[in-house]
Design a binder for this molecule. Structure first.
Ligand code: S3P
Length: 163
């Protein structure tokens, strides 16, 4: 069975949009881990966050373990997936990890902070998350793809890179 293709990166980097289109191009199933969590829990990510970030991270960890075993999928992860190295280990077991690298100014110009509980304090918070996480995304990925062009080009770049 083929490997999973796992997209990591900041909120607003384009993981879900790119993941959906990439899956279509490759004739693969697509799974967004946040959507998987919402469906399974029957509540929104924002509702889960009301019980604290640690609570969300435990649910997320379990979802990662489950989704990692369903292959082959294109998987869009939540931006905080890199905060637990067990998530990365599970995803790497049968997946290639692709960091969707988008520069902070572009993210800031179109991210919808109102739908993201961790960003409820606005864009300053996004900058600080970026600083905390950028090295983790780089360290954990197998392939880094710059999202500074049209989506079709980004998808072509990914397909070429995974060979
Ligand atoms: C989070 C990002 C969100 C979601 C949750 C936490 C984060 O996903 O998993 O709100 O810690 O960066 P997106 O990256 O799809 O926004």
């Amino acid at each position: 069975m083929g490997r999973n293709i796992v997209l990591i990166g900041m909120p607003g980097s384009g993981k879900s949009t790119i993941g959906k289109r990439l899956a279509e191009r490759l004739g693969m199933e697509f799974c967004d881990i946040d959507e998987y969590i919402e469906k399974k829990e029957g509540r929104t990510i924002s509702d889960i966050f009301k019980y604290g970030e640690a609570h969300f991270r435990e649910i997320e960890k379990k979802a990662v373990r489950e989704v990692s075993k369903m292959q082959p999928l294109v998987i869009a992860t939540g931006g905080g997936i890199v905060l637990k190295d067990c998530n990365i280990r599970a995803l790497k077991e049968n997946g290639v990890i692709i960091f969707i690298d988008r520069n902070l100014d572009d993210i800031l110009s179109d991210v919808d902070v109102s739908r993201r509980p961790l960003l409820k304090n606005g864009k300053d918070q996004l900058c600080s998350l970026y600083e905390d996480r950028i090295e983790l995304y780089k360290k954990y990925c197998d392939i880094q793809i710059l999202n500074d062009k049209g989506i079709d080009q980004v998808i072509d770049d990914i397909i070429e890179a995974i060979g």
